[in-house]
Write a protein that binds this ligand. Structure first.
Ligand SMILES: C[S@@+](CC[C@H](N)C(=O)[O-])C[C@H]1O[C@@H](n2cnc3c(N)ncnc32)[C@H](O)[C@@H]1O
Length: 250
């Protein structure tokens, strides 16, 4: 079972295995197909501000930057050593990405700061309560109308996928992967306030079904609707933004 550090589980469960992450994922998950499809679904334009939560070794961020040099690509991860790999890959490809070391359930990023939030193979590392807090944080940092695009283990779509998913469940803990393989991620997105939630694609991989999901932050949130119905002075106090800091180290 993966070794849970204070606040996160390393990419392959154990620090020692992190250098093997890129070749393993490339060989076993049809990585380029699903990551490019995720970006197609996200419909990124030149001016977009993109956040990749649990960015790991930065492969998705580099694909983002390949689509446009003018967009802002920010990666957040809890693990210093995986961010070191991401930084050296960006350097090798002469790409500009910003990397933040932080936990996904407490992001030091401003409200409404991003047009798209992406997350690939990360949510299954989290407990239910960490998933809930992380989705609330993602909702907060997305601008109204912004979109969340997730690629992660989903409900196995046939018997073979169910059998193959067993190894992920064994490696990453049955409790933490349960919401994924039981197909509960869409309900958790809706509970966090997202609308237009859908599963957009499924990939058969050596570790079971990998699902792509999308969800949108409504243009008007429930909190704003509530504030609109309050007297002006009260609403002003309730809706003042948090103005959190954003320590980006390129
Ligand atoms: C399996 S890797 C996926 C990496 C990358 N997104 C990809 O698709 O290749 C999961 C990543 O999530 C990060 N992670 C796990 N728990 C986290 C947490 N609580 N906060 C921030 N990052 C976390 C790990 O450090 C790891 O880099």
């Amino acid at each position: 079972m993966g070794h849970k550090k204070a606040g996160y589980v390393p990419a392959l469960g154990w620090d020692l295995l992190t250098p093997l992450y890129d070749p393993l994922v490339r060989l076993t998950t049809r990585e380029m197909s699903f990551k490019n499809r995720l970006l197609d679904e996200a419909g990124i334009d030149d001016t977009a501000r993109i956040l990749d939560v649990g960015c790991g070794t930065g492969t998705l961020l580099l694909l983002v930057r390949r689509r446009s040099k003018s967009l802002l690509a920010v990666g957040l991860d809890g693990d210093v050593s995986v961010l070191r790999i991401a930084r050296s890959k960006a350097h090798r490809h002469a790409e500009k990405i910003a990397l933040v070391q932080a936990f996904c359930f407490d992001m030091p990023l401003a409200d409404d700061a991003f047009d798209r939030v992406l997350s690939s193979l990360m949510l299954h590392h989290l407990t239910r309560s960490e998933k809930v807090r992380t989705l609330q944080e993602i909702f907060r940092v997305l601008r109204p109308g912004g979109e969340l695009h997730v690629a992660d283990w989903g409900r196995p779509h046939n018997l073979l996928m169910r059998m193959l998913a067993f190894s992920v469940r064994l490696g990453d803990s049955f409790a933490r992967t349960a919401d994924n393989v039981k197909g509960r991620l869409p309900a958790l997105f809706r509970d966090a306030g997202f609308e237009k939630v859908s599963e957009t694609a499924r990939f058969a991989t050596l570790f079971g079904t990998l699902s792509l999901y999308k969800a949108r932050k409504p243009l008007t949130t429930a909190a704003q609707r509530h504030a609109d119905s309050m007297p002006a002075q009260l609403a002003d106090r309730r809706m003042r933004p948090a103005h959190r800091s954003c320590p980006l180290n390129a």
